[in-house]
Write a protein that binds this ligand. Structure first.
Ligand code: ADP
Ligand code: MG
Length: 348
């Protein structure tokens, strides 16, 4: 469905490994004062002075985590960085550097990797981080990308999943379910295209949710906002797997329970209309969809006045004693136990 507009196809073997690395990384500029030595030596050197360091890594595998038939390589490069930055922000830290390792089969020409790196470079520019190294190797089939992100946080400002306390408020940024519904739309268009390649997809009614899938953003702005508001979350996690499983992570690690209110879950109108079109329940999608990369956190009730007027933040529930369990309070005011996956009984 995405046409290969690059007519030129330079085989990777024309450059050799070192030529390739040089070529792909020549545009990277150093922005962080903590980067002492970047690409070009046996290892990068960083200096964080007194701050604590957070490190996180993620693997993206073709056919498992992405499908190049509808994921442009530039978007893939962007997303590979974003998903890692999201984990750094979920620690209440500021992302500063990434390393990018790729394994690539010879079916990819140089021009394809240039696209991938254009996306990586864009993310690095927008989020003000340095690409300080990586590794490049061949793969027998397909493309693998592993990104490691590094961030810094002032001593004692880091936020774990384990700090939620009884009566804390459960808060989420942005809205949920968009990335998953965007994927459903893209999968459907791919099937249509397979049957009739002349059929050009009309994605116009789905621009927001398709963008949520193809070009996710990490909530760096929320970490800054909370700092500006002088609110330190008691626990925090990013929503990569779906609201339900992330809430369960916080509750289990904090040894608490919770009530989550169905009617408070923030949904974009495009998510609601697409759920109707696909005949799926929007709450189920928000709970289990994943890949929204919003932040989910808990705050002490005394901080509620500081956040309540903010359109980017929604209070969706509160923390209870462990014995109370973890529940969704439905619009009909019934309680359903939260599950990490499989909301089979929910529509019955
Ligand atoms: P080594 O043999 O020591 O592993 P490499 O030749 O693999 O060194 O890498 C040379 C330099 O280029 C190192 O600084 C490394 O971090 C960087 N580098 C290698 N591959 C990539 C990549 N795909 N993206 C960014 N930097 C890379
Ligand atoms: Mg190497």
């Amino acid at each position: 469905m995405i046409e290969d507009k690059n007519q030129q196809r330079t085989p990777l073997s024309d450059l050799g490994e070192f030529g390739l690395i040089d070529h792909l990384t020549k545009n990277f500029k150093i922005k962080q004062s903590s980067t002492v030595k970047s690409i070009g030596d046996d290892a990068a050197v960083l200096d964080f002075k007194k701050n604590k360091i957070v490190v996180t890594t993620d693997f993206l595998v073709e056919g498992v985590h992405f499908d190049l038939s509808y994921m442009p390589l530039k978007h893939l490069g962007y997303k590979a960085v974003i998903v890692n930055l999201s984990d750094v922000y979920a620690m209440n830290a500021n992302a500063t550097q990434v390393t990018v390792s790729i394994a690539v089969s010879n079916r990819f020409p140089l021009e394809a990797l240039e696209e991938l790196y254009a996306g990586i470079e864009t993310a690095a520019r927008i989020y003000n981080i340095d690409v300080i190294g990586g590794d490049t190797t061949s793969s027998m089939s397909g493309l693998l990308i592993s990104v490691t992100a590094i961030g810094e946080v002032e001593a004692d400002n880091e936020v774990y999943r384990s700090g939620a306390k009884v009566n804390d408020l459960l808060v989420v940024s942005g809205d949920l379910g968009g990335a998953y519904m965007g994927l459903q739309v893209l999968e459907r268009e791919k099937e249509v295209y397979k049957v009739n390649p002349n059929n050009q997809p009309d994605l116009e009614p789905y621009t927001y949710i398709v963008e949520r899938q193809l070009k996710p953003e990490a909530r760096k702005d929320i970490v800054k906002l909370l700092k500006d508001l002088d609110v330190k979350p008691t626990a925090m996690i990013d929503i990569s797997d779906g609201l339900s499983s992330e809430i369960i992570h916080i509750c289990k690690q904090s040894n608490v329970g919770c009530d989550l209110y169905e009617n408070k879950i923030p949904l974009d109108p495009q998510v609601i209309s697409t759920c109707e079109e696909f005949n799926v329940d929007s709450t189920t999608i928000a709970l289990n969809g994943g890949e929204d990369y919003e932040l989910l956190f808990t705050i002490n009730q005394k901080d509620y006045p500081k956040i309540k007027a903010n359109p980017s933040l929604t209070v969706i529930g509160y923390i209870r004693e462990k014995e109370a369990g973890m529940h969704l309070v439905t619009r009909a005011d019934t309680k359903i136990a939260l599950k990490a996956q499989g909301w089979k009984n929910f529509n019955d």
